[in-house]
Ligand binder design. Structure first.
Ligand code: ADP
Length: 487
């Protein structure tokens, strides 16, 4: 893989098919979170670069929207093919830039390619309907058309799959886009764009502004009347700000925001299986996932068994640089994230939580990124503790007992967030009853990974608007046009 564009001077801004420096000629460093070492530089785009990227996307729109669905599908299928060929190289880049263990990075690149494959197929299914009219001399038909220029803002925790989850449906629909990737992971974004360009995406159809000045780029995007759709994945606070600004020009918006997932283990479930599941899903990506369980509620009859099994499993997790063999928990993204873990753990301990494993920073093999935090289990967590209501986004599992179904449903729903929830039960009625009452967009029943390119991902309440992936994913990029015909 080349990544030629990141050599000095960095040219990581993509406008109209050309890799460019920022107009200010400034760059910013990209570091490996495990070591703190600088691994590359990215161009530091601002408002003017963003305006140029939007203009390029607007100029390319008519021609891309005018291609056939089969042509767009072929480009996406080719991108999938290239991405799978480069899976190892992309994963290695992701591990060095974002920190996740190589196996998890391989899985993510596979997941990213799945979106290219899924939307290559969905492109061909953008159809309309014939609707009966009340008038004998009238016929109705609908067609679905691309919304126009899309602005996409993506986070660092899944630095390739979050791009294809937005760009693939946009491309499939016939939209042109401007992407702003997270400042912490611009190199993965460059590598993703290289795949898409090589697959035959024409100049101007995909544009990208790397930047350390998110607000300058974001504001230009939301204020531009040419941008017709904003798709954002990140924090709830920033998502709300952007959605409010996007209302100024009534853009379509999709928001994938924070979560505070409950994980409920009922009395009829196997506590050992549930604890193994919790140990796996909680520490994926070192807990830096919006669907990571944040509150684990265990029926009192299983409480000690669950805590013991979880603790034992967590103690066995190998922490280290993502490149090292056998490592399942990598570094956090930066030192600030470690400080947040420390303050949530300290707050919980002061308020009476019981620490069964971890709880502090770690030194790993002399690596000095200051980004390692020991996988942690806190038992006897109560609602007053920060961790009960603030998103953790790190490797700390918070466990608490419950006695009754209504009580645990009320507690689980007692959050502004509504992204993912997990339920362990062997009783079908409990599974359905509880799932219906949980106010979350996704529920895993005895399942720790309720996600797939073919399934709708998204939340309710403060977790966001819209769905990504699945049949719904492409709707976010399409408008319905009605045609009434007098006959
Ligand atoms: P996280 O805590 O996951 O980093 P953020 O919401 O801060 O979540 O970041 C998600 C994405 O939003 C990143 O690409 C980031 O650069 C971008 N971002 C942050 N602040 C703004 C802003 N004011 N306007 C536009 N984009 C922003």
């Amino acid at each position: 893989m080349t990544l030629l564009v990141t050599k000095n001077p960095a040219r990581t801004i993509l406008i109209d098919g050309e890799w460019r420096e920022s107009l200010s000629h400034s760059t910013f460093p990209v570091t490996d979170p495990a070591t703190g070492a600088v691994i590359g530089r990215a161009s530091d785009g601002g408002a003017e670069d963003t305006a140029a990227a939007i203009a390029a996307a607007a100029a390319a729109f008519d021609s891309w929207a005018g291609t056939t669905a089969h042509q767009r599908s072929a480009v996406l299928a080719e991108a999938e093919r290239i991405m799978r060929i480069r899976q190892k190289e992309l994963a290695a880049l992701m591990t060095s830039e974002q920190g996740k263990p190589i196996k998890a990075a391989m899985n993510e690149v596979g997941y990213a390619a799945d979106f290219l494959a899924w939307f290559a197929e969905e492109a061909k299914r953008i159809g309309g309907v014939a609707v009966p009219s009340a008038r004998a001399d009238q016929r109705f038909i609908t067609m679905r058309q691309p919304v126009g220029v899309v602005a996409a803002i993506t986070p660092w925790n899944y630095p390739i799959s979050m791009l294809t989850r937005k760009l693939a449906p946009a491309l499939a629909a016939g939209c042109t886009s401007v992407l702003k990737p997270a400042a912490l992971t611009p190199l993965c974004a460059v590598a993703t764009m290289e795949v898409l360009l090589e697959a035959g995406v024409p100049a101007g159809v995909l544009n990208m502004v790397t930047s350390s000045r998110a607000a300058a780029v974001g504001d230009t995007m939301v204020e531009s009347p040419q941008v017709r759709k904003l798709t954002f994945t990140g924090s709830t606070a920033i998502g709300k700000q952007l959605a409010a600004k996007a209302a100024g020009s009534l853009k379509r918006v999709s928001m994938e925001l924070g979560g505070h997932a409950p994980f409920i283990v009922f009395a009829d479930a196997d506590p050992v299986r549930a604890a193994k599941g919790a140990a796996l899903v909680k520490f994926l990506n070192a807990g830096q996932a919006c669907i990571s369980p944040n509150r684990i509620y265990v029926h009192r009859s299983h409480y000690e068994k669950f805590v013991d099994t979880l603790t034992e499993r967590v103690r066995a997790l190998k922490v280290g640089a993502g490149e090292s063999p056998g490592v399942s928990v990598g570094p956090l993204i930066n030192e600030r994230a470690v400080t947040k873990m420390e303050s949530q753990v300290l707050d919980a301990l002061e308020k009476g939580a019981r620490l069964t494993v971890g709880g502090k920073r770690m030194e790993v093999d002399g690596l000095d990124g200051k980004t390692f935090f020991a996988p942690t289990v806190l038992a006897d967590v109560t609602p007053e503790m920060l961790i009960s209501y603030e998103e953790t986004f790190g490797p700390v599992a918070a466990v608490m007992p419950f006695d009754d179904e209504d009580e645990v449903i009320a507690k689980a729903n007692d959050t502004d967030y509504g992204l993912a929830a997990y339920v362990y039960t062997n009783d079908l009625s409990t599974a359905i009853r509880v799932t219906e009452k949980l106010r979350f967009g996704m529920v895993g029943v005895n399942d720790i990974n309720p996600t797939s390119a073919s399934a709708p991902f998204g939340g309710v309440k403060a977790s966001g608007l819209g769905r990504e992936g699945g049949y719904e994913g492409i709707d976010e990029y399409l408008d319905t046009k009605l045609i009434g015909i007098a006959v």
